[in-house]
Design a protein around this ligand. Structure first.
Ligand SMILES: [Ca+2]
Ligand SMILES: [Ca+2]
Ligand SMILES: [Ca+2]
Ligand SMILES: [Ca+2]
Length: 128
């Protein structure tokens, strides 16, 4: 009897799970639904957002908060070079890790782009 109940519950979960997934898709598969993911195209399950602009660190190289990534942001990045500064880390912040070459590669990939996208700041300018 117990086996039948367990099997019925399992079947129910298989039936219900896709319904929930469909209501809030998770494009980057980090376990955070797109509408509440502060970096919806990059896996960042920790949702770290050091400057609290609703755009996760992993997709936010706009350190001067003007909506684009350019020279002013590079000056900020340079000021954090070889320091333990979460704001300038392009990858998930690691305790004790310093801003370095890997973070520069991230910054370079974001160069002249825009921050985001973030599911928590709907509109034309994500993470202002
Ligand atoms: Ca997600
Ligand atoms: Ca994400
Ligand atoms: Ca941010
Ligand atoms: Ca900027």
């Amino acid at each position: 009897m117990r086996l039948m109940i367990t099997a019925a519950m399992f079947a129910f979960l298989l039936w219900v799970t896709p319904a929930f997934a469909g209501s809030n898709p998770d494009l980057d598969l980090d376990g955070v639904g797109d509408t509440i993911d502060n970096c919806s195209e990059h896996p960042n399950s920790d949702q770290d957002d050091t400057d609290a602009d609703f755009c996760g660190n992993l997709c936010d190289a706009d350190y001067e908060q003007n909506g684009s990534i350019g020279a002013g942001d590079f000056n900020g990045f340079r000021s954090g070079w070889l320091l333990e500064e979460p704001l300038y880390k392009g990858t998930q912040p690691v305790e004790g890790a310093l801003v370095g070459a890997g973070d520069f590669n991230y910054f370079r990939s974001a160069w002249l782009g825009t921050p985001g996208p973030s599911g928590t700041t709907p509109g034309t300018v994500a993470c202002p």
